[in-house]
Design a protein around this ligand. Structure first.
Ligand code: HEM
Ligand code: HEM
Length: 133
């Protein structure tokens, strides 16, 4: 398995632990829960679920099509964009929800843009890879 694919899978389970730990914290401290709900949701769905799909997809989908991945370079750039994007979103979100830190809205938008670019890169790479055989 390509090293970057192993890292997608490793980061996925790291986000899983962080995501459910956030959810557990929300149960323990319900008064703070609102600040952390989007963090919990996106660590689990954009972190654990999406990162797992990126890793498994990159490993298996080219094989199903009898081809190599269209761009190994995109696969690596996307790894950094998706992780920087998600971590930046997760850190910015509670400050943004709290409302007292105006810069948090800017950082949330910038890191969200990184996440969006990562998703578009994944879409391009997969669309250019999968073909009927
Ligand atoms: C130990 C595991 C987990 C705990 C303790 C937990 C806890 C919570 C809590 C307390 C809420 C807020 C509920 C509310 O007040 O409305 C929540 C919402 C949510 N959780 Fe989790 N969660 C866990 C695992 C997961 C996982 C694995 C996922 C996804 C893969 C997930 C996805 C969501 C989503 C999407 C919401 C938002 C639902 C909505 O929009 O109302 N959770 N969770
Ligand atoms: C570029 C990537 C993404 C961005 C920028 C983004 C942004 C947002 C924003 C701004 C909200 C509203 C949060 C609030 O104010 O309460 C939201 C909610 C939500 N997003 Fe995302 N999202 C992204 C990706 C995803 C993905 C991939 C999933 C699922 C696979 C997802 C699932 C959800 C869910 C379930 C909610 C509702 C959470 C709640 O109950 O408050 N998002 N997202």
């Amino acid at each position: 398995m390509e090293p970057v694919i192993v890292w997608y899978l490793r980061m996925s389970v790291v986000y899983f632990v962080a995501g459910v730990a956030t959810g557990f914290g929300m149960l323990l401290w319900p008064s703070e829960s609102g600040y952390y709900l989007p963090v919990h949701v996106h660590l689990n769905l954009l972190g654990f679920m999406s990162m797992m799909i990126y890793g498994v997809g990159y490993h298996i989908l080219p094989k199903f099509s009898g081809r190599h991945i269209y761009s190994p370079q995109i696969m690596k750039v996307q790894f950094w964009f998706s992780n920087a994007g998600l971590i930046g979103m997760a850190v910015s979100w509670p400050f943004h929800m709290g409302g007292g830190v105006p810069i948090a809205e800017t950082t949330l938008v910038l890191f969200s843009a990184l996440s969006l670019i990562a998703i578009i890169l994944f879409a391009i790479n997969i669309l250019k890879t999968v073909k009927s055989v």
